[in-house]
Design a protein around this ligand. Structure first.
Ligand SMILES: Cc1cc2nc3c(=O)[nH]c(=O)nc-3n(C[C@H](O)[C@H](O)[C@H](O)COP(=O)(O)OP(=O)(O)OC[C@H]3O[C@@H](n4cnc5c(N)ncnc54)[C@H](O)[C@@H]3O)c2cc1C
Ligand code: FES
Ligand code: FES
Length: 1365
């Protein structure tokens, strides 16, 4: 572990935000992000995934070309970019665009004003991805835009952020903020914002936007650096070196100097994005950057095709292919280039493609079996590669390349050649040949940033044979890849079979049978049957228009050729259109209907979120942004991979332990109690003791000098387990039942049954008995992972900065763990980069472990958990198994429902005993007649499940809809009418919800239901969908309207308001700002409540109010920020404080008024101070028991389109009406509604949080866990916030918005089910399936494989067979 000092031969020079940096000693594996965050003051770039999949770390990288005297600017992910590779470059982070001192950039301001930043953790990366697009649009030859706009187009603005993830906003407002810069934007299309009011003219709107002057260029490349660009760099130490060879000879000599067998590890690098996938932990001795070798970076076109150097980035390759395909005459061969470019555009995201090289991709595919798109596409078009080994170089076809043994580390891929079409086929241009070429990929995200389940590139030359009046395939080349095969393959048997054949349904059917035999995923691949079915679908899609009977041809003959010719000219037209930049936009203009309430001004104003611009500019401080104190250490958890085992010890793999590891902390080091978290239901130990009881349980905490070393050490730890003589773990709820392993639910939380189930069943005309459904888990995917910083203080005290939703609980947990009094502990939380429930209980052990390590080692200790560990330990949403029996009348009225629900709670109680209560709160949304249930909270050897946004309620909503759909399907009735039939009257609502139901006037659901049906044109659209479904074979649409009822309760909350001598106000609340806008609402409330003193000079009083960080010693009993009601209860607590202050100030005010006539606020405060008025007031708001619970209402209509060939679901439109009472801040509530809905889409449609057979989470990163992105949200998303007037028992008549709207996303799932039903109906007509197949369960999430499975994995074959018979 001993480290020799490096001898430096050279140094790195670069700039960050115009500041010069010179680095001579750095390990070559250091990333740009690590450097920015630990060696510069710029913390704007955030770490979230560390694997290129989220965009939180995006910065602008600028390179200067001295020959052309021009600067190339592009976005890159700084988490994968190696610092040594940016020699001579300039980096711009979001701080470089603007800041609070010198003025924010209009991007920052518009993000704030369009309400596009909630927790803010994604915002700097979003801003930089967008800024890069803005800078590059300005470089185009497009006409000068009007002042305030850029040359960017709306479609480009949307696509600029397509690779960036946001877990809070739902993307719509981010897209609007970006679109507001586009020259072609229609101002009418921009959504709700704080710049203008509804009805303002376009001129007013434009002038209200923070001015963007495209002529005010931000200097992305400082002059001084232009004189310092030096490509050659050699950083050398005795232990490692970084080399930038500038010629092939130099490269050969460098590689040649590495002797085989002497142990020197060499790494060839280009963009280093491969690390995002392979995450090698070991480091290398010699790094060789290939990008300065001219032969490897050229692009050349000749008659034979295009030759592209291996280091050319995917972005540059796309640019070149497009350029060539544009040039001059439109030829079919050029169309091939264009389609290859289009396909490449779906690889990863812009900020990866900008540094990822073509060669790197192909080498990963060859050597590491990476499921590459490029490999498949280039294989189909018969490409060749040039390989160099030593002094030898050779040209191979891609097929030969993939057949070769894996490339060794000294072999270099020099270039790729994409042959021109004539070269491949040798077909004379005179023949009336038609070239067909298409590429395909089926992936969870249409725009990219998701690996495909399968990709394909299909090419064929066909001609029309007059004698046989048919289409003959002259030649063809088909490649399939990424489906769970080592390398992409050519479907030679299919090619042989088809060559020379006349196309017909029968021939296509035979070809498809052959494809089935060829595309066979390797064992262990997920969804193998689905992947194989995709190959069939794509081959069918490729040829279908040539073989399907043309209904318009009189004799019904196959007449696809003329269609094809039409298609070709259409293609040309589209292509021309594209060249003129008319790329369709992703999102349609959305409506946000908000009725403002000025009664409690400034409460009710849609003011921008407090601190949003600061978040955008990267200046907002999150826990990991707090500079490390002197001697700070970093920790990482070692967790169990076994569900139940004896822990015999921990070792580290020999020779691999990194430098700087200083300590390993386990339960034996705990001075107090082994406690990591607590709730009212019990505690969970911090570490496993002698036994681990679930995979993902913390076993120890390794402490090192840097986070990287701590993570590496934790990764290299080998835990010695022993399972001898131990009972088998409980890994299913069924097993928990068998072994009676349950958590007790306190009787007060046990929900009551409603009505008489037996009687209800007796009244029923029909019954469904013991139907079963299962629901899986969901991961929080907060953009900021778990993090804490603990600093030992004098006299055995400890201060802990934690990103947590309940600091009070962490406080007492730490004190119990350390065995010190609570007054020795202080937990501070300023802002949290997204919580969604995951930073409540699950954040406590993180803070506690840091506190323990800091206490033991007497040094500050911090952790910023890596995404993989975070995903493995998080627990997430509760999976459950539901069995239901339901009785109903022939008209659809349900008379009784019984549910047996088994909840998998994992190993510790956490908040799980509350789940039955929560489930029932949302389940009772329909009048079930009678409702009975048996809910068991099962204790299993899975990681502890915890609260996740709408815990229990979202599952209950799904269960309700599944029952309704089942009833409708059994009765062959329209689902929406069954829903309407079972909606509550106020009387039945009262019967089910008792006191929470409130007064009849509060029950707004029936009016919401009708209003939404009309505003969303449900009836008309249902008719249109029927028509659509009749006319379309491979796309089916579905629409669904769903109501929600969500019960919430208020909890006691403290508050404190202090007026300082200058009249400014500091506010403290129990609630934590998680991005949900709590501080903003609290600020508005303080301004409103204090303004009742009616002084002069209180005009912009909001400016005087600051909500300050939560500090558990300053304000005690903070409680939990959870359950959607913390904002309103925090507001109420502050109102109470302000009322006290107003009462105290009133005598002084009156006296002054008498003396002076009018009183300025500042004067009043000075006077009050001099008269010893106490200017600080605390309160503890305790909600009235009789009204602490209430119901929230909303409804959504969603329309989807399902692709029957791929299983892809597109959400065409969602319309929501949600009752916010009198919103405290409609902008904030709108953000909550949209964001929650999109998170719900994730749960219902996309996110698979799965474990292996031992309960260890296997979807552990952005590669496998897919949250919604801008291309998977509703294309049109209309939201109306209902202002339902006075609710006397609510805080200023407001209602909650944080969680309930998440449930509305079930409408997307229901609409998908409706579309699938159409698909199955059609399948029925082809195959004669039984009618009962129209009753089916649609799993959650309804991913592409799930949907395709229900639409028929062999639907293509069934269709062709039906044509044949
Ligand atoms: C988030 C993300 C999503 C992605 N999605 C997709 C996708 O959907 N489809 C797809 O096809 N790809 C995808 N990729 C893969 C991406 O295309 C590759 O990571 C990239 O092209 C590799 O290029 P690089 O320059 O970064 O290679 P590096 O990371 O620098 O190198 C990768 C490997 O190749 C070796 N190497 C590189 N160049 C050469 C050479 N010329 N000769 C010999 N060895 C060499 C290196 O030693 C290393 O082992 C994705 C990547 C990321 C990070
Ligand atoms: S942190 Fe770099 S892309 Fe996610
Ligand atoms: S605002 Fe985007 S992740 Fe929170």
């Amino acid at each position: 572990m001993e480290q020799s000092e490096p001898t430096v031969n050279d140094c790195l020079v670069f700039s960050v935000n115009g500041e010069r940096f010179e680095v001579s000693t750095i390990h070559p594996s250091t990333t740009l992000l690590e450097f920015l965050r630990s060696h510069t003051p710029f913390k704007g770039a955030k770490l979230s995934c560390g694997e290129g999949g989220c965009g939180a770390c995006v910065v602008l990288l600028s390179k200067y070309d001295p020959v052309l005297d021009q600067v190339d600017d592009f976005a890159v992910s700084s988490c994968l970019t190696l610092l040594c590779s940016i020699n001579g470059c300039s980096i711009t982070t979001t701080e470089g665009l603007g800041n609070i001192k010198n003025g924010f950039h209009p991007i920052h301001e518009r993000f704030s004003g369009f309400h596009a930043s909630q927790c803010g953790f994604c915002t700097p990366g979003m801003c930089m991805s967008f800024f890069s697009a803005l800078v590059n649009a300005q470089k185009t030859q497009r006409p000068e835009p009007p002042l305030g706009f850029s040359k960017l187009k709306v479609s480009e603005a949307e696509r600029a952020i397509a690779g960036n993830l946001c877990r809070c906003t739902g993307y719509r407002p981010i897209a609007d903020a970006c679109k507001s810069f586009a020259a072609d934007v229609d101002m009418e299309d921009l959504g709700f914002n704080s710049f203008w009011r509804k009805g303002d003219s376009n001129e007013v709107k434009i002038s209200s936007l923070p001015l963007y002057n495209h002529n005010d260029k931000i200097c992305t490349f400082p002059e001084f650096l232009k004189n310092e660009t030096r490509p050659s760099l050699l950083l050398d130490s005795r232990r490692y070196s970084w080399n930038n060879p500038v010629s092939l000879e130099e490269l050969q000599s460098l590689l040649g100097s590495v002797e085989d067998g002497n142990g020197t590890r060499v790494k060839v690098v280009v963009g280093n994005t491969g690390m995002g996938y392979y995450k090698e932990v070991e480091s290398y001795d010699k790094y060789i950057d290939l990008r300065y070798i001219p032969e490897l970076s050229m692009i050349r076109r000749d008659n034979n095709g295009i030759k592209i150097g291996a280091t050319v980035t995917i972005s540059k390759a796309i640019e070149a292919l497009r350029e060539y395909s544009k040039g001059g005459l439109y030829s079919e061969g050029d169309m091939v280039y264009k389609k290859i470019a289009d396909h490449m555009e779906k690889i990863a995201s812009g900020f990866i493609r900008n540094s990822a090289s073509l060669g790197g991709n192909l080498v990963m595919a060859q050597r590491n079996h990476f499921p590459s798109d490029i490999a498949t596409v280039l294989l189909a078009v018969g490409s060749t590669v040039n390989i160099m080994n030593g002094l030898k170089s050779e040209e191979l076809t891609l097929e030969e390349f993939f057949r070769r043994p894996e490339l060794d580390s000294k072999s270099i891929l020099l270039s790729v050649k994409i042959l021109s079409w004539d070269q491949i086929t040798g077909i004379s241009s005179g023949a009336k040949m038609k070239l067909l070429f298409e590429t395909y990929r089926a992936a969870p995200r249409p725009l990219g940033n998701a690996l495909p389940y399968l990709n394909a590139a299909l090419m064929a030359e066909v001609f029309h044979c007059k004698t046989s009046n048919g289409i003959i395939i002259s030649s063809c080349q088909f490649a399939f890849g990424a489906y769970g095969t080592k390398h992409p393959i050519r479907a030679a048997k299919v090619e042989e079979f088809l060559t020379g054949k006349m196309l017909s349904v029968g021939v296509l059917y035979e070809a498809i049978k052959l494809v089935r035999g060829i595309v066979v995923p390797d064992d262990g691949t997920s969804s193998p049957a689905y992947r194989a079915s995709l190959a069939v679908s794509f081959l069918f899609e490729f040829f279908s228009h040539l073989v399907e009977p043309n209904p318009e041809s009189h004799d019904g003959s196959v007449d696809g050729y003329s269609t094809l010719l039409v298609k070709a000219s259409e293609l040309k037209r589209i292509s021309n259109q594209l060249d003129h930049g008319k790329i369709p936009t992703l999102l349609s203009p959305a409506k946000q209907v908000v009725e403002l309430n000025r009664q409690y001004h400034p409460v009710g104003e849609p003011i921008a979120k407090s601190g949003a611009a600061l978040q955008a500019s990267g200046e907002a401080v999150y826990v990991d942004d707090i500079p490390s104190p002197m001697n700070c250490l970093h920790g990482a958890f070692i967790y169990s991979t076994k569900p139940y085992a004896r822990v015999k010890g921990i070792k580290f793999k020999p020779k691999s332990l990194p430098d700087g590891v200083s300590s390993l902390i386990s339960f034996k080091d705990i001075p107090g109690e082994n406690i990591g978290s607590k709730t009212i239901f019990g505690i969970e130990p911090l570490f496993a003791d002698d036994f681990t009881r679930c995979a993902g349980q913390y076993i120890a905490f390794v402490v090192a000098d840097t986070q990287k070393h701590a993570d590496m050490a934790a990764n290299l730890a080998v835990v010695d387990y022993d399972v001898g003589n131990l009972e088998l773990p409980i890994l299913s709820v069924e097993e928990a039942v068998r072994r009676s392993s349950f958590f007790e639910v306190p009787s007060i939380l046990n929900p009551k049954k409603v009505g008489d189930f037996s009687r209800g069943m007796a009244e029923a005309d029909h019954k469904i008995l013991s139907a079963e459904i299962k629901l899986g888990s969901q991961y929080y995917f907060y953009m900021e992972t778990q993090t804490a910083l603990a600093i030992p203080d004098e006299d055995n005290c400890i201060v802990v900065y934690s990103s947590i939703q309940c600091p009070e609980y962490a406080h007492s947990t730490i004190s119990r763990c350390l065995g010190i009094p609570e007054h020795n502990v202080r937990v501070i939380t300023r802002r949290v980069g997204g919580g969604f429930g995951g930073k409540a209980i699950r954040a406590m052990p993180v803070a506690t472990a840091c506190a323990l390590a800091a206490y033991k080692l007497r040094r500050p200790v911090r952790i910023y958990m890596n995404r993989k560990t975070d995903m493995i330990i998080a627990g997430g949403r509760h999976p459950m198994k539901i069995t239901y029996s339901v009785g109903f009348k022939s008209d659809g009225k349900i008379t009784a429902l019984h549910l047996d629900i088994l909840i998998n709670a994992g190993i510790a109680a956490d908040i799980s005993p509350i789940m039955p209560h929560n489930l029932l709160g949302a389940l009772k949304k329909y009048d079930w007649g009678a409702l009975s249930f048996d809910i068991k909270v099962c204790k299993t050897n899975h990681s502890t499940k915890s609260a996740m946004r709408a815990p229990g309620e979202v599952q209950a909503t799904f269960i309700s809809e599944a029952v309704i759909e089942h009833v409708a399907s059994t009765l062959s009735m329209d689902v929406d009418s069954v829903r309407s039939k079972n909606l509550h009257t106020f009387n039945s609502l009262k019967f089910f919800y008792e006191g929470s139901a409130g007064e009849p006037v509060d029950y707004t659901l029936p009016s919401i239901w009708d209003k939404l049906a009309s505003s969303s044109r449900l009836k008309q659209r249902t008719e249109m969908i029927k028509q659509f479904n009749m006319c379309n074979k491979w796309q089916k649409r579905g629409i669904s309207q769903v109501p929600i009822v969500h019960e919430v309760s208020l909890r006691p909350t403290p508050g404190k308001v202090s007026i300082l001598s200058d009249g400014s106000v500091a506010v403290e609340v129990g609630g934590i700002e998680l991005g949900q806008g709590l501080w903003t609402k609290v600020k508005q409330m303080a301004a409103f409540a204090l303004s009742s003193i009616q002084c002069d000079g209180m005009g912009d009083f909001l400016e005087k109010v600051r909500v300050i960080q939560s500090d558990t010693l300053s304000l005690i009993q903070g409680g939990f920020t959870a359950g959607s009601t913390t904002s309103e209860s925090s507001c109420e607590a502050i109102r109470l404080c302000c009322n006290i202050l107003v009462e105290r100030l009133t005598p002084t005010k009156e006296r002054l008024q008498e003396q002076m006539g009018s009183v300025e606020w500042g004067t009043l405060i000075l006077q009050a101070q001099s008269q010893a008025v106490n200017l600080s007031a605390s309160s503890y708001y305790v909600p009235d028991f009789s009204s602490m619970k209430y119901l929230n209402y909303g409804a959504a209509v969603s329309e989807v389109e399902v692709n029957l060939l791929t299983g892809e679901t597109t959400i065409l439109q969602s319309d929501i009406i949600y009752d916010c009472g009198q919103s405290l801040n409609p902008a904030v509530d709108l953000g909550q509604i949209e964001g929650a809905f999109v998170q719900g889409i994730g749960f219902f449609m996309l996110e698979e949080y799965t474990t292996n057979s031992e309960g260890l989470v296997v979807t552990e990163g952005t590669w496998t866990y897919k949250i919604p992105t801008i291309d998977t949200i509703p294309k049109q998303f209309n939201v109306e916030i209902l202002n339902s007037g006075h609710h006397t028992k609510r805080v200023l008549s407001s209602k909650a918005s944080g969680e309930p709207p998440l449930l509305l996303a079930v409408s997307v799932h229901c609409a998908t089910r409706a579309a699938i039903r159409e698909a199955r109906q059609q399948l029925l007509s082809w195959t004669g399936l039984c009618k009962s197949d129209l009753t089916f369960q649609l799993e959650v999430p309804a991913t592409m494989p799930v949907v395709k499975n229900l639409c028929g994995l062999e639907n293509v074959e069934s269709y062709l067979q039906s044509l044949l018979s």
